[in-house]
Write a protein that binds this ligand. Sequence first.
Ligand SMILES: [Zn+2]
Length: 317
Amino acid sequence: MGRASNPSGIAPSFPKEALQDVDCGICGSAENEPQFQDGAFSVVACSSCGVTFVTPRLLDASLIENVYDESYWNSSEAKTHGYSDYAGDAELYKRTYRDRLAIVHRHFSSTRREDGSPRRVLDVGCAAGYFLSVMAEDDWDISGLEPSDAIRVRAEAELGKENVSGGLLGMDDFEPRSFDLVTFWDVIEHIPDPRAALVRAGELLAPGGLLIIETQDVSSRAAKVLGKKWQHYKHAEHIYHFNPATLTALLDSAGFDSLENSGRLGGKYVTFAFVAERVGRIHPFLSFLASPLRLLGQKALYINLFDEMIVVAKPRT
Ligand SMILES: [Zn+2]
């Protein structure tokens, strides 16, 4: 399927017939309140459960096939679609995840189980494997699941083929109760049926196991101030936008109790060039003001807009 850039600048455009109206994928309600329209896409809030979602959208199979191809990971339109150079920013991603290891260490005092074997982590939507690379440095036994063929080859190169699987959670053949930790970094908002994915994650967790989810917070100050220009409105790929209440409710319905929800480590190391690119999305004049930042190019800075939630949850027993 061809993809052209959308004059509105918020999302790539797809042939209209590829998009279908959807009911709320969390509670099934057909009633919703439109928040705003952008090209073919509407961002709506479910009248029943309150979750924010995008309709119409690409349906499940065409979503993976058409959104997460090579151009997603090496996008010339990263402010609206995908990442500008996911592999080139490897060290920045790893630095971000090394900081976030503090969350893992807070909940697991040892990387070894009582029998001395290494603890096991599954990263769902592991992309090029940067989080798992950091976990391997920390002595964990790692497994990654990544449906996008285009990026999975990078994960295989980074982590070893035996540690990476293709496909989707729920169609996997992992052994139940075999993981100590299952993670979803910037992933749950992409999944058409997030509850089913979380239920499966619960089945895969061993006693004492935990779930970590990071996703953007649609009720954050940044989301409110920036409105439809908020950087997380990428309609083809971010099909859900949670807030603390809707995320907690989703976890509850999938059989999890939330232990903590914090934006404190939700920031990311980015390059100055990235900042210059993103502020151009807010207003072209800001792009002009920020253009000297491009000279700083690949120098890194840590940015936290507190518009991400990192939730740690445990299966209810
Ligand atoms: Zn709903």
